[in-house]
Design a protein around this ligand. Sequence first.
Ligand SMILES: Cc1cc2nc3c(=O)[nH]c(=O)nc-3n(C[C@H](O)[C@H](O)[C@H](O)COP(=O)(O)OP(=O)(O)OC[C@H]3O[C@@H](n4cnc5c(N)ncnc54)[C@H](O)[C@@H]3O)c2cc1C
Length: 551
Amino acid sequence: MAMAQGQGSRATREAVPPVSRVAIIGGGISGLAAAKQMAAYDPVVFEATPSVGGVWKHCVYRTTRLQTPRPDYEFSDYSWKNRDDPSFPTHTEIVDYLEGYADEFDLWRYISFGSKVVDIKFLGGAQAGFTELWSGTGKDPLRGKPMWEVGIVTGDSNTVQYYKFEFVVMCTGKYGDVPRMPVFPPGKGPEVFKGTVMHSLDYCKLSEEETVELMRGKKVVVVGYKKSAIDLANECAQANQGEGGQACTMLVRTLHWVVPSYSIWGLPFSMFYSTRLSQLFYERPNQGFFRSLVCRLMSPLTMHAYHNLTATSCSLNFCGPAVRGVEVHRVVPVVEAAAGKVRSDAGPPLLEDYASCQMAILPEGFFDMADRGLVRFKRASTGWCFSENGVVLDDGTKVEADLVFLATGFEGKEKLREVLPKPFRDLVVGKSSMMPLYRGTIHPLIPNMAFVGFVESVSNLHTSELRCRWLSGLLEGRFELPSVKAMMGHVAGEADAMRRTTRFYRRHCISTYSIHDSDGMCADLGSATLRKANWIAELFAPYNNKDYKEQ
Ligand SMILES: Cc1cc2nc3c(=O)[nH]c(=O)nc-3n(C[C@H](O)[C@H](O)[C@H](O)COP(=O)(O)OP(=O)(O)OC[C@H]3O[C@@H](n4cnc5c(N)ncnc54)[C@H](O)[C@@H]3O)c2cc1C
């Protein structure tokens, strides 16, 4: 059934046995990390597409680059060949790196490409009392008893073939595949617009020539102000340089921080956010009363420290064109904005964007394009809708357009809901509107299943790899899960801490307490939590994935 690649050492899985121990769904970084860590179980990796890499293969534009420095987006036991290269890797470099990882650890043999999971059935039975199952089996999740049946379609076939597994790891990704579409009242949606509407996901499918042809000389509106929107506007501006070019207008609901590089005063940003000292006074999940009090007292200070740090470094011009928001561009001096002195609609404080993994790295020359009038910004804080000739903002401003791009994000959780059976499907999102994942991996109410890649940090690769190692420790019986009630309490505490740190807590980002998060997993595994050579390094040296290399 698998479409074997037939490249010698890259031969993929030929056949899937009717019953196996572990299924991994998805072949992005999370699925690859899971396959490596669970190799002892000869896992079956189902990947819908014909390649590994996930979003880096299917959800990128010509100019998309990683926003994390190479040494931070690196498997603990597989280095980038050019790890000292300070440039952010292109998406093709990332796919090469991931294919190299699959070569190095012979992961191809587990993967069944072109195998889309369309259905999952629970074999535990309704009467099994599913909420009790984790506590009952936390000791030994692999009991030799199939718990899930996974339905696959391959190629163009409509036939669903089912395979049984004891344990399933969902690595289907938070981004890509399912676009998030804005909803409009009748008569105000895309149906009234004479031009073309396209989600950024469809734009990813076009060749360079097609994108240029699509945008050249057209009035383009890009809805959104995160990484996908900024990169798209930049490509639009590039396509419209010279005679006959038109400006691209970005519709911005919420301002977010965009930075030219991760460096402050010439020092890597990680010195300021990934050391134990820098994370000392941020909220952590389930901390004691005293710590909680100290954090809350320190909160205004840490907020301002972040602002001032950036503002000072920018005013000293150490970080080039510095940090800019949309209205900051031209209207408000950069330093004022960074110091939090601008109007309240000027966007969230830097810390909130950092704590919700929303800071974007600017593509080279972006604000130069804006200075040349090729990118313009319009605030749509309260809303907008389509008209016949473009879009209309809630304040009545009309923006003419031939083409409207929706860089409005993705519905990653929908991919899980589409395949999970009831009642689990309805449990994917908890009361906090986040996935209630213990250690960012285990849903307390969904037995014998794990979710990897749904929690974010500054480096999602590190976050996924360490979770996969923790998961393999669980399957090996190196530690037991707490009771369902204790896990539920833990995840609720985590949601509370995030809510107190940022209004964008639903993004489930752990960047402000990532070291503490890793400590918890290391402790479960019985590994050292303090992983630096001495206490000075422990306090002042940034932590990255290499610190978690298996001994
Ligand atoms: C434009 C962009 C820029 C980003 N920049 C950064 C960055 O700078 N730093 C960072 O840390 N993170 C970044 N990210 C986040 C990025 O998503 C993660 O770093 C990481 O690549 C996610 O990997 P994953 O394996 O969890 O998910 P994905 O890469 O989404 O992989 C999921 C895989 O599952 C497969 N799949 C889905 N559903 C099914 C199914 N039903 N059956 C079979 N297979 C299925 C998909 O085909 C896909 O291959 C960025 C994301 C985007 C979109």
